[in-house]
Design a protein around this ligand. Structure first.
Ligand code: FAD
Length: 380
């Protein structure tokens, strides 16, 4: 396993950093958060420069990049604005990866080129009011009626639904005893009649945010089925593993931005006649955070390498997601403390990292669930 970046990867990181320095400053991110506005200008700039095509094969308008390339791109994006990284991750995961891996040729031709150009955005709807961690217990139902599925049910926490063209919807199409069986995944046009979206106000992730979505007799064409009928749980699990790479990469970038901000502050803020960074207790906080950042980054690169070599297991994704999420949460908390009262002020950026990072250990599978997955492999 090689930790060095190729010249192409170095050029990509440099280009994306320069681009985002220009279109996605800290002030821009703060404004999007404050006004609950999606970072569309930055998303469009990434698309215009071709980066949304990073992982798609050339036949679909992409560059055929690797999971490591993707992790580097998302780390850089998360370093500028985590929510931009999360928007891009949905394009890569649901608009490219899931369709390329599980879709028909017709679906690939119809959707992937639009994703690559940034013309389409995506959401993922697994969670329901009564099934969160126990996701396979979902009850939203899709019943076949001729050439259509008729969908009824309610999804909780569908992030980005209101800015998406398609939602990858997990629903029950059959009762086959085991709850993981009889689930299907449909790529649903978000503008179909019978879909009702309600915004949910949250502690963080304000720019794009999340929603509750009700489906009432929504007629979805049969061609929307992604993967095999009744075997959609495999699509969900596979997609969640890919998601864990993307989210972890974006969150390392965000954690590093919080760290760098606090480091500058600790060098310039004076108390008792000296910089607060000269107190050993502060220095040890930075040392602890540096270890967490380096370990997180190594774990992302390792997981990307495992993916590239078809060796990534479910527990590897859980180890990655658990460690990086907990580290990001801890780092943003420590950084807020280093800024003292200013860390607690809305006019300083640290509160946004503190609020946004709080989702890391909850969304996409809680830390407790990741630990269950890890422990489940240990033969206890
Ligand atoms: C802002 C936001 C955005 C989100 N975006 C999306 C999205 O786009 N798409 C989507 O499908 N979902 C999304 N989610 C849902 C998210 O994945 C769930 O919130 C998460 O999986 C937990 O489910 P829950 O909230 O129902 O909590 P619950 O499952 O009710 O869990 C409550 C608590 O019990 C613990 N717990 C539950 N079961 C166990 C167990 N077996 N062992 C130990 N502890 C356990 C949990 O760890 C947690 O601490 C989002 C959530 C939020 C808040």
């Amino acid at each position: 396993m090689n930790f060095g970046l190729t010249s192409d990867q170095q050029a990509m990181v440099h280009h994306v950093r320069t681009l985002l320095d220009d279109v996605c400053s800290m002030e821009y991110a703060a404004r999007c958060d404050e006004t609950r506005t999606p970072p569309r200008e930055a998303f469009n700039a990434i698309a215009r420069n071709g980066w949304l095509g990073l992982i798609a094969p050339e036949d679909y308008g992409g560059a055929g990049g690797t999971p490591t390339d993707l992790a580097l791109l998302l780390e850089e994006t998360g370093n500028h604005f985590e929510e931009l990284g999360l928007w891009l991750f949905r394009s890569f995961t649901f608009g490219c990866y899931a369709i390329l891996k599980h879709g028909t040729e017709e679906q690939k031709q119809r959707i992937v080129p639009g994703t690559v150009k940034g013309e389409l955005s995506f959401a993922f709807a697994l969670t329901e009011p009564d099934s969160g961690s126990d996701a396979a217990a979902l009850r939203t139902r899709a019943v076949l009626d001729g050439d259509h599925f008729v969908v009824n049910g309610r999804k909780q926490f569908t992030s980005g639904m209101d800015i998406s063209d398609y939602v990858l919807l997990a629903c029950r199409t059959n009762d086959l005893g085991k709850k993981q069986l009889g689930i299907s995944t449909l790529l649903v046009d978000t503008r179909l009649p019978g879909i009702e979206v309600r915004k949910i106000l949250t502690l963080g992730q304000n720019a794009i945010g999340t929603t509750e979505v009700t489906y009432t007799n929504v007629r979805v064409p049969r061609s929307a089925l992604l993967g095999e009928l009744d075997h959609g749980w495999n699509v969900c699990e596979d997609t969640l593993r890919y998601e864990r790479l993307c989210l972890s990469a974006a969150r390392i970038g965000a954690a590093r931005r919080a760290f760098d901000f606090a480091l500058d502050y600790a060098k310039t803020r004076h108390q008792f006649g000296k910089p607060i960074g000269s107190f050993q207790v502060t220095q040890h906080k930075f040392a602890d955070m540096k270890v967490m950042l380096d370990t997180s980054q190594t774990m992302v690169r390792r997981y990307a390498w495992l993916m590239e070599n078809n060796q990534a297991e479910r527990a590897d994704a859980a180890v990655l997601k658990y460690y990086v999420a907990e580290s990001y949460k801890t780092i943003s908390d420590i950084c807020l403390q280093i800024l003292g009262g200013y860390g607690y002020c809305m006019e300083y950026p640290m509160q946004r990292f503190f609020r946004d990072s709080r989702l890391a250990t909850i969304g996409g599978g809680t830390s407790e669930v990741q630990k269950n997955i890890i422990a489940g492999t240990l033969g206890l």
